[in-house]
Design a protein around this ligand. Structure first.
Ligand code: AMP
Length: 198
């Protein structure tokens, strides 16, 4: 299965994507994790990305697209993938489609975790205290949510129009959310599609 998991920062995408990785046997590909690994090992890519990440800004599309193309060219992706945190801009959507289309592939579904803004702020503030992630401080958290609203939330409409979007409440226990995600993914035939093909 080729999935893209969407949702705002703090929605729990990483936790759920890891669970889907175990359940589906397809690799979890998180652009945030790849960037953080590059920052930690002080690669050129890490040095180029760090300033953007620390401010809660998106890393430029050119760098991000090149990194993802390289990752999606690895052999383990033949089993499918769970993309987490990419695409985040309209330009990245086009690049992903182009990359997959050239290989005769496409996304199967786009599950999206829906969490109220107040819960996101609570979760991100708690994570800031625990993780010490440079981009989890209060100001940067607010900015990341704004950037998401402006640049990434509009992409949901696009995936909705393509009947790929599966919105799932991201509240409750992680087990509850995983169960809902699975239910949403097992609805393989969208009722609207069924109506048109009948
Ligand atoms: P995340 O862990 O997914 O919240 O990502 C952490 C940070 O990595 C983001 O705030 C961005 O600075 C950068 N990043 C991750 N994915 C992307 C992307 N698709 N496009 C641009 N920047 C990204």
């Amino acid at each position: 299965m080729r999935l893209l998991i969407m949702g705002p920062p703090g929605a729990g995408k990483g936790t759920q994507a890891l669970r889907l990785q175990q359940l589906l046997g397809a690799p979890h590909i998180s652009t945030g994790d790849i960037f953080r690994a590059n920052v930690a090992s002080e690669t050129d890519l890490g040095r180029a990305a760090q300033g953007f990440m620390d401010k809660g800004e998106y890393v430029p599309d050119e760098l991000t697209n090149a990194m993802v193309s390289e990752r999606l060219s690895q052999p383990d992706v033949e089993a499918g993938f769970i993309l987490d945190g990419y695409p985040r801009t309209a330009e990245q959507v086009l690049r992903l489609e182009d990359f997959l289309g050239r290989r005769g592939l496409a996304l199967d579904a786009v599950p999206c975790l829906v969490v109220p803004r107040d819960d996101l702020l609570d979760r991100l503030t708690a994570r800031a205290a625990e993780s010490g992630r440079a981009d989890d401080t209060a100001d940067v958290v607010m900015h990341r949510l704004d950037v998401y609203d402006r640049q990434t939330a509009p992409l949901l409409d696009l995936y909705r129009e393509r009947r790929l979007l599966r919105e799932v409440p991201g509240t409750g226990s992680p087990d509850d959310v995983t169960r809902r995600l699975f239910e949403a993914l097992h609805r393989t035939v969208d009722p609207a599609d069924e109506a048109t093909s009948a």
